[in-house]
Design a protein around this ligand. Sequence first.
Ligand code: FAD
Ligand code: NAD
Length: 406
Amino acid sequence: MNRPNIVIVGAGYGGIMTAVNLQKQVSPEEANITLVNKNDYHYQTTWLHENAAGTLHHDRTRIAIKDVVDFNKINFVQDTVESIDPKSKTVKLEDGELSYDYLVIGLGFESATFGIEGLEEYAYSIQNINSARLIRDHIEYNFAQYNLEKEERQDLITIVVGGAGFTGIEFVAEVANRIPELCQEYDVPREKVRLLNVEGGPTALAGFDPELVEYAMNRLEEKGVEFRLGTMIKKCNEEGIIVEKDEEQEEIKSKNVIWAAGVTGNSIVQESGFEVNRGRVPVRDDLRTPDYDDVFVVGDCAVIMNPDSERPYPPTAQIAIQMADTTAHNLKQLINGNDKLESFQPNIQGTVASLGYTDAIGVVFDDTKLYGRSASIMKKAIDNRYLLKLGGVGLLLKKGKLDMYH
Ligand code: FAD
Ligand code: NAD
């Protein structure tokens, strides 16, 4: 193969880190590398809940691709992928077509609504910069509207978050911190505002350390969060949501319903005919798809099993970044004519969830539990380490969370 074409689709954690690794390891004489992304920026999905709550501006979260990718080494195409044809080795874009010798799919996640009626139409979800910005503005608009109504409209200042997984809990924590500011800005009495977190399972953060879950729930309840555990969201409509607990249904009126109760792989992958398991490709050990030797999948479009628990690893940025290292290494092997590929071994260094800017919970390294300020410092250190890996000290200084104590 003469100077193979490597195409990377999606510049999330997995895609952009594959590109950044390749630009260090592969010279333009060895391969022609193209990165395709919808926007001219990469964003840190792990900060989107802060943008959605309005506690962090989205310009802190997004990073211009030109600032981290060397366009002398990598062709950047700003376009939207419509489909992939692995048989003819082509990627169909909104505005053209690309052919590849090797493809890396890093198109990320989509919100999963499990067919629940009305969610697509009436609920919001945290998926990207545009949707996060919309949630922030939508909540703010409803607070602004509240004092213009002749009759009291509780639904305008009731915020419902569906799901108490990590996304739901992190978002609810940010909203709880934002509410006092919104109340002051729009002259809304704090005691009138309701913030509910509705979770179908018996506990928040199922499977996480119970002591830390209790800490998080206590801290959030102190800030006014009402937890509804064991309560399934059944329906969403213009008025709000219908929930069910112990076979009893209840309507909660709210103009601010944010669905944070699950994600799946980008539907383009399934629609393009790749084998999927609940929307994600069950990749081989070397991160290639089961059927195609020239297609790698990184990040949330891939699923890998944890042999200890016999369950899939939860999709995380941590795993996506590590997958990018293995994928870049394996691509380098292939273009050098060496088919001895590395097996991907996730190195889970822990899980830390933020509860606002100065509070967090986490289990790191060998089961060390952290909460409060120390966990929050750890969370910022993890995020800062990523920025350093992606774009060096310059990017860290520009976008990092450098104020560890506030
Ligand atoms: P994504 O980050 O999903 O990015 C996909 C990219 O592809 C985007 O740039 C998008 O614009 C682009 N794209 C999508 N469709 C197209 C298309 N059709 N054409 C062109 N481009 C396209 N994980 C952790 O490890 N730690 C955390 O603290 C953490 N916090 C989180 C907080 C929130 C609020 C959320 C929602 C998730 C969090 N996660 C966290 C999970 C983590 O964000 C995901 O696992 C991670 O983002 C997956 O990375 P990815 O590379 O698969 O793609
Ligand atoms: P999740 O699947 O982890 O949690 C979804 C929650 O919604 C579950 O608790 C589920 O019981 C609940 N739920 C589902 N249907 C419901 C219904 N009809 N009514 C009420 N509740 C319902 O999803 P997530 O929180 O979006 O997380 C997605 C991935 O991102 C996970 O892998 C997670 O680990 C990762 N993530 C990690 C972090 C972190 O490490 N700090 C933060 C956010 C997300």
